[in-house]
Design a protein around this ligand. Structure first.
Ligand SMILES: [Zn+2]
Length: 356
């Protein structure tokens, strides 16, 4: 189908499961860098690119970088690799970084670039009004103290989604390393504090994100949480046997809990050979087909990892999202299914997790 035959204005806006734009802006100066988001510049997401590509909103991750530096993408371009887990991050430093990133999100709202949404209804209204809908998410709970006092304060500040771990150890549990080939059976599960964190998140109706958890941690959350199981940015281990991806048994548990998975665009989690080098949209469709097969049509969404990973050049940035939606059309997905994948399923699961 020639590209010009699809009117991108009729494609549903994308609500996205994961981006790292707050980290990018933190490195560019924090709240001071917020205006560059409005005017546009380098990076995967800013306001002009969101408008051009039909990005309607998503989870904005607060993430504290490790002292060891960034994940080694050059190493991940090899045939196989096993990156060591970084050291734990002390809570005082993590909290300081988290405050700077949340202040940046607040500044973006002050500038009119987005709205921080605390309910599914707010997301829906924001997207109808063409205002970027942002959910405050934390990727790794390093900023949270053992008594969970910080968690209550962060919830008051708008936190509605939390990954107990990134790919490193915390007092709550341990994340999976960037390892290929491997499954997520790489380390320990939740600690007692991790179980308490899960229970408090359930009570506060903060969504728990299972991306980056070890397999043991995944099953611990499945055992202790009363909410739908969600992985915001993970792919199918059956297609790409990476430690970050989910096995069919994990996908079946997510389906049984009526949760969902957001497709991660990072090429290392898409390509069957696990290499962090460019790949085509066909690999994304293979994962979507598998996720739809295991989870059903109401439990699959998108979770780009924009500004946090190498993504297919056919998409490039948020401005390139129409290419993915056109590929879904060409692959035979109907308009209803595409609308569910692009936004409807996230709204469904968030309403179910957060309540009305
Ligand atoms: Zn991540």
């Amino acid at each position: 189908m020639p590209e010009t035959s699809v009117d991108t204005n009729t494609l549903p806006a994308v609500f996205d499961g994961h981006n790292d734009v707050l980290l990018r802006l933190y490195r560019a100066g924090g709240p001071k860098a917020a205006e560059s988001f409005v005017t546009g510049g380098p990076g995967h997401i800013d306001l002009p690119k969101a408008r051009e590509g039909g990005l309607g909103g998503g989870f904005f991750a607060v993430y504290v970088p490790s002292d060891e530096g960034d994940t080694d993408h050059d190493e991940m371009a090899r045939d196989s690799y096993d990156l060591p887990l970084p050291e734990p991050v002390p809570q005082d430093r993590a909290l300081q970084v988290a405050m700077a990133q949340i202040a940046t999100l607040e500044r973006l709202q002050e500038l009119g670039a987005l709205k921080i949404c605390r309910s599914a209804a707010e997301i829906h209204i924001s997207m109808v009004e063409h205002k970027l809908a942002a959910v405050l998410h934390m990727e790794g709970a390093e900023a949270i103290d053992p008594e969970l006092i910080t968690l209550d304060v962060l919830h008051g500040a708008g936190l509605r989604s939390l990954g107990p771990v990134w790919s490193r150890p915390t007092i709550f549990g341990e994340g999976v390393p960037f390892r290929y080939p491997s499954d997520g059976n790489t380390g320990g599960g939740l600690t007692d504090l991790g179980v308490a964190l899960v229970r408090r998140c359930n009570a506060l109706k903060i969504m728990l994100d299972l991306s980056h958890m070890t397999m043991a941690g995944f099953w611990d959350v499945a055992k202790h949480s009363d909410a739908p199981l969600v992985a915001t940015h993970s792919n199918a281990h059956a297609i790409c046997p990476h430690a970050r991806n989910l096995t069919d048994a994990q996908l079946d548990a997510i389906a049984a809990s009526d949760g969902m998975v957001g497709l991660n665009y990072a090429t290392a989690f898409l390509r069957p050979d696990g290499r962090m080098v460019d790949t085509g949209l066909d690999d994304m469709l293979r994962h979507l087909d598998h996720l739809l097969d295991r989870l059903g049509e109401s439990r699959v969404g998108l979770g780009s990892d924009f500004d946090g990973a190498l993504i297919p050049s056919a998409i490039g940035t948020a401005a390139g999202l129409p290419a993915l939606r056109r590929a879904m059309v060409a692959h035979g997905y109907g308009p209803e299914l595409i609308a569910r994948i692009c936004q409807g399923n996230w709204l469904r699961v968030l309403e179910k997790t957060w309540g009305h």
